[in-house]
Design a protein. Structure first.
Length: 454
């Protein structure tokens, strides 16, 4: 159970900071400009060097994750480009802070090793050691009060980007160095506990998802009757199936298979620059979760552009799923989602045979054997994917329509129970993360006094 921030006492005396959104601060704390506490505030490279397989780390926003820099998986560049960018001031020093300022605002990490260079989407902040400690500065930068400050500078802007000039205007609250150390030590300890708790709950979610997939796989490949006679499917990855089930290729489900499978529009047909705030929704891979389509943060395209891409429009009971990356993400299109489109990283399956329940196929494609097969058959030199031919030629085992419906009812019940548990754990994780953020903000603004907590 997460403990309320209210358990901690405040300081004895406060003063008005003179800034409305900060409010009162401890009487002996300073309210100043961030730039006055730092030796330099700059950013990384404004051009993207050519990346290579093995070289020097080139860090972007995506590599700053949960307060750490993912050196292992970041892009690599040549020694010549590394040297050039180092001379141009794009190389942070140990104990500098990296802060994301473009697109995703407010990610930060303390630099632990010096042989890296960064892209312009990251600010490099070098603290003055006699003014502010790196670990305290890190917590200030990721606090909700500072993130709100950063977003206030770009309110209304279409492009979420902070300039160095803007960062130089940022206000910061600074206690004494001794207090900074105690606050940072307290937050290191408490956030580590919370992070471990989140990690355990996320692992529990993964185990529940594995259990859900195992239940689905068993039902859609072996049926519900454990005593039914079995036969060899003739398909190595499928194994034995109930004797009365029909083994066939997907392309043979319908007599006319010309519309059965379709990829989304490719890059030349649709660009991110085509996205608008209002219009026809475009489904991306990230919008498919737990057999449902999440319309939050879904890009839109104009009616004119959608008309140009009319062959990709969806119909009720179409099946859509990812063809790159996580190939088990599958969903059934509902009536209200007709005319929506899918991205080029997805496939659409349209089955007209009335003896096939589309929800059964959704479960089938999300099963372990199907996703493993599609992963095995994926092609591509740089990024593996599946195409319409792979999908059309895929062998599946189909029971009668009545048995399909029984299996669907069984799986709806089983997966609903597991999904409810997963949602509850997600809610718990959200509350833990909210408490973590509240604790950081309260500590770095002096709303709570943690000097005696370490």
């Amino acid at each position: 159970m997460v403990v309320s921030v209210k358990r901690y006492l405040g300081y004895k005396r406060y003063k008005d900071s003179g800034i409305e959104w900060i409010g009162e601060v401890p009487e002996h704390w300073d309210v100043t400009l961030l730039k006055l506490l730092c030796k330099r505030i700059t950013d990384g490279s404004h051009f993207s060097p050519e990346t290579i397989d093995d070289g020097f780390p080139y860090v972007t926003v995506k590599d700053v994750i949960n307060g750490k820099i993912d050196i292992k998986n970041c892009s690599k560049i040549s020694f010549d480009d590394f040297s050039k960018l180092s001379k141009n001031g794009c190389r942070p020093l140990k104990n500098d802070i990296l802060l994301s300022k473009d697109g995703t605002i407010g990610r930060a990490a303390i630099v632990k090793e010096e042989n890296i260079v960064v892209l312009s989407s990251l600010a490099i902040i070098s603290p003055k050691e006699n003014k502010v400690l790196s670990n305290f500065l890190y917590y200030w930068l990721i606090s909700s009060i500072n993130i709100d400050q950063m977003y206030s500078f770009i309110a209304g802007a279409a492009l979420k980007r902070l300039t160095i000039q803007t960062l130089n205007k940022m206000i910061m609250i600074a206690p004494t160095l001794e207090e900074q150390q105690k606050i940072a030590a307290f937050l290191d300890r408490e956030t580590s506990k919370l992070d471990l708790l989140v990690e355990k709950k996320e692992r529990l979610i993964e185990l529940l998802k594995e259990k859900r997939q195992a239940i689905i796989t068993q039902a859609v490949t072996k049926g519900l009757d454990p005593n039914v006679p079995m036969k060899d499917s003739g398909v190595e990855w499928l194994g034995e199936v109930p004797e009365h089930w029909n083994v066939l290729q997907i392309k043979h489900i319908d007599k006319n298979d010309s519309e059965i499978a379709q990829t989304g529009p490719f890059g030349a047909q649709l660009h991110a620059s085509d996205y608008i705030d209002e219009g026809v929704p475009l489904i991306l891979i990230k919008h498919i979760n737990d057999f449902q389509i999440d319309s939050n943060d879904m890009p839109k395209i104009s009616a004119v552009k959608a008309a140009q891409l009319s062959m990709y429009r969806l119909k009720e009971n179409d099946i859509v799923f990812s063809r790159v990356g996580s190939m088990g993400r599958t969903a059934l299109i509902k009536k209200e989602q007709e005319e929506w489109l899918i991205s080029g990283q997805m496939l659409r399956l349209r089955i007209k045979n009335k003896n096939v329940n589309k929800q059964f196929l959704v479960y089938l494609f999300s099963s372990g054997v199907s996703s493993n097969y599609l992963q095995l058959m994926s092609v591509g030199s740089t990024r593996e994917s599946i195409n319409t031919n792979i999908l059309r030629n895929m062998l599946i085992a189909l029971p009668s329509l009545r048995e399909q419906q029984r299996i669907i009812e069984y799986l709806d019940n089983k997966t609903s129970t597991i999904n409810t548990l997963i949602n509850k754990i997600h809610q718990q994780i959200t509350k833990i993360k909210e408490y973590r953020q509240a604790l950081i903000s309260a500590a770095v603004t002096g709303k709570i006094d943690v000097r005696d907590e370490v």
